[in-house]
Design a binder for this molecule. Sequence first.
Ligand code: HAM
Length: 422
Amino acid sequence: MATPLFQALPGTRDLLPPETDRMRSLVSIFADEASQAGFGQVTPPIFEDIQVFVRIGEATDVVSKELYSFEDKGGRQIALRPEQTASICRVYAERRPITPWKAWYYGPNFRQEKPQKGRYRQFDQVGAEVIGSHDPDVDVELIAMASRFYTRLGLTDVSLLINSLGDKADRPRYLEALVNHFERDIDALSEQSRHTLSLNPLRVLDSKRPQDAELVAAAPVLADYLSHEASAAFDRVTTGLDALGVSYTVAPRLVRGLDYYTRTTFEFAADSLDAAQNAVGGGGRYDGLVADLGGPEDPGVGFALGVERTLLACDAEGVFAAPERGIDVWVVCTAESPAALVLVDELRQAGFRADRAFDGRSMKAQMKAANRSNAPVAVIVGDDEMASGSVSIRPMQGQGEQAAVRRDQMISTIAELLGAKE
Ligand code: HAM
């Protein structure tokens, strides 16, 4: 094949059937879980004032390196959203809905990352946020919802890691201890981590570089620096998860790539995927974010799940195949136009998935198309049938003979044939 004039940009993908069908079905399962738990769907715009996203943390890669930003013709500084939590908080601050406000969402996000399998520049997330409640039961409810969603897809190899990052007030003492720890052995630390240490010390804990492994493993943990309240809240979360039978591992050095987190943080890892891209979802509390966006001091908690990565995990486990998208009835029509149009329309209105060939193809070519479609039933109409007000109905997969029926019996005859097949 000749090289095409244009190709999809790096880190972007064209989605075609059956992947699009699979995606739709995944979102509908998520929507079902979310609405059962009292969430309503919220769809913020794909781009916002860049300052909305700067609140995710100026020292994070997502904001400092990966934002797609531009100035619009009105001179506004705009960015494509890299995630949706900040947007949902902006919606909340702007509209002040009744609390607790439970919102779920689905849609694309944009991060200018180095593309690789499972890491794209445009990727979809499904997610849920609850704003306006401090209750750790809400954290548990959210985690359980995400976990049930994975189970409904058929995934069994997904583990849940949880940690508490404490309150903002717990942070300075801990950060001091952390920085001291790394500085004592600064020469042993990788160059990248030394740089990270100067910008965002917590993120050093996320280093996957072998050179840093020993120092990271020996680093002080936040659990030892939590306030009594934060510690009690975390106990409530683990007790709640136990009560619901959701299994988890406490990961005392789990930190996340976004800066707004407080208290509960968690990540879902698909053990069937390569470690570098095995985070299929994550979330946590962000108790100061709404206020940072000009809203009230209301707390929030939520999660987002990566749709593409979740589907890669499904592939790796051999679960959640694309749904069947077959045709029920193929119309083969050599009678004059618009006979085929009318027949197909009638069949579709009766609820059948119906299709046909175009461009005045011969009877033979149309029969070939009918075979290729795998439709269990073909309706055949030529000039003779038109003249006698009948249609010929042919079962295509060997259940009975072709038979002529009166036109007004077409729908009921096909319904019977298809019913018998099921
Ligand atoms: P995040 O960890 O940045 O959190 O992203 C959540 C999930 O989105 C990841 O676990 C991953 O599956 C997927 N993801 C992230 N970046 C990419 C990428 N470049 N390509 C493919 N998939 C990707 C958030 O976005 C937070 N807003 C989650 C949250 C909600 N926290 C509280 N509420």
